[in-house]
Design a binder for this molecule. Sequence first.
Ligand code: ADP
Ligand code: MG
Length: 743
Amino acid sequence: MNPFSPIGFLSGIGPVFQKKLQNLGITTLQDLLFYFPFRYEDFSNISPIAQIKVNQKCCVAGKIIGLEQSRSWKKRMSIVEALIEDESGPARVVWFNQPFLARSLKKGDLLCLAGKVQAGKNGLFFSSPVFEKIYSLSELKHTGRLVPVYNEVAGISSRWLRYIIKPLLAETAGQMPEILPEEILKSNDFLPIGRALEQIHFPLSLAMAGKAKERLAFEELFLIELAVLQARLKVNQQSSPAIPVNVDLMQRFVGRLPFRLTDSQRKCVWQILKDIEKSAPMSRLLEGDVGSGKTVVAIMACLNVIKAGYQTVIMAPTEILAKQHFIEAAKLLQPFKIKIALLTGKEDQIISKKLGYHTARGFKPETIEISRSKILEKTLSGEIELLIGTHALIQGKVKFARPGLAVVDEQHRFGIGQRAKLASQRNNVRTGVGQSSDKPNSRCQTSVRLVSDTSLTPIPHLLSMTATPIPRTLALTVYGDLDLSLLDQMPKGRKQIITEVVASGQRNRVYGFVRKEVKKGRRVFVICPRIDPRPACEDPSRAKSPWGEAKAVKAEYEKLSREVFPDLKVGMMHGKLKVKEKEKIMADFKSGKIQILVSTSVVEVGVDVSDATIMLIEGADRFGLAQLHQFRGRVGRSKWQSYCFLFFDSPAQKTNQRLKAMMRAKNGFELAEMDLEIRGPGSLWGSKQWGLPDLAMANLKNLALVEKTRQAAKEILLADPLLKGHILLQNRVKTFEKKLHLE
Ligand code: ADP
Ligand code: MG
């Protein structure tokens, strides 16, 4: 038996448990050894029985001197009662409803037990304590030591895990190959792997557990760094068309814009154009607050690529956004006579006619509707120069004649489900990573590199865009294979949005203000955390929540449309509506047919309604700061003063801290860092989806550690990119990659 044997090798693990463990991603003994506890129960102090105190958690060891089984006749419950004794005296122990104990225990057995001491009619006693028979003290698993507590999921208890892992450690921990290079172990004074595993599960002291965690956290982050940096190296071995910057063209484009690009936009466009000039494929993430103007940056890059004779594609997470990009692109590129097509789930359109130049208000592009198959045909023939769409783009058999640039907007919205789809669509899509693409874990970005029919053809450059602010530690880990461009400046003329926390007594004043603004022609968003008002019993997590019931969209809509604003036009929007319905509602909201839109967080990304000046957020404490900031970014897109009103369900103290941050922060980046600080890494968007191991997750707060691991990974790859001299390490990177769901 060695660490790589399948878990079925263990005698205690039959098919049922194998299945359960598999659900946790555990298939080998090694996986089991790397399933770490998240805390410890401290039963390390075995106290003399005479010293136990009521209501305290105590651990004692003694011999069974009396044992009997009875049945409570009220509830017909089994009761096993024992008397155990050490040198200092006896104690009573009672177990309820565990009749089998009467058979497995006998007088004379040595027991170690731990639990809360209670006071009864006949003095102090332990009630259903954790216990185990003592064979030797070093074999204690559940008592008499620091006891590991694991996440109990999928019908697997901590007790069972301890029972399995303890002997497993004794047998295999010593055989665990050391994957960290000698120098790293030495310079950081890390525990060797076997010792670290032993000490993280069954530590001698909390200090030793800490030392074990330190090493294992380093290891997890190190593996992430190696995985992303190697992915990058692999992409760099491919080639993309090297497209020179057409300065004249770019100047003409900028000259025709109805606004002046911000310095930040200029800087980012330049970084992108410079990347595209090289034959090494670009892998860049353009990060900028809502409204910072990412689209125009992407469109400039597309234009440059198109005029060099290549095709481009922009992929958006929703149909509304795809359509918005389509309209924006048609508008901005109108003078350049570019063939743009929209390909979404249901609608297939192509624009090739000349278009009038309008402002965003009331603009309607002239379109020719053609069938989906025509679009595919025209894409394959190279006639369509800019294809815009949703993930329909990667679901169908979209193939390009000469792909030059792929843009993925709001890329964090492509969740785990889509990623799985991407992986299965790989043959259609022809990922850019060529031969290596059948690797199960190449990332989403590489999956959308659409390449033409022969796999030797160059892959397109890749630009990802996101309004999700990414803290530095994330940029260095999960996004670590992307170069970053920051749009950290807002277009001129945007007024600061006035943000106000509304005390519960002030609701009517705010509603009065809302009415006045609407009468002036402005629009209002009301964001609620949930759709249906569900009874608490259906949702146990909520029932326990001290916050009470979250405002639900439907209830809020009823209230606002009937009681508060019966004279105004109130609409409702949530994720369960059909695409067509959503689009209709958004269109009505833009045009003013709807004046107040009650919505869930579906409006969070990208949607542009310039007359909207009020963002009212219910249950604001349920959203992260960065998310609140994004909601706020939905308003303030015009010359009018805009407002953001925050209503809080809970009066918790953290609220205050969060709010101050919300008022103070200049941009989303700052807020993301603060979110990380205040709420911890669990608050990061989609963080659960990445499948990061727990220690790595917990250490996303630790910038110094992240930088250290990245540096170490860079150094080792610089000397040995394929880790040929570190075979074991390379193998671990590979198995590790399979478990990560990096976006
Ligand atoms: P986001 O970064 O959120 O995707 P958009 O690209 O949708 O932002 O831009 C938001 C709005 O700002 C659009 O209407 C766009 O035309 C406009 N815009 C972009 N850049 C500028 C600029 N430099 N000056 C003024 N308006 C701009
Ligand atoms: Mg956008």
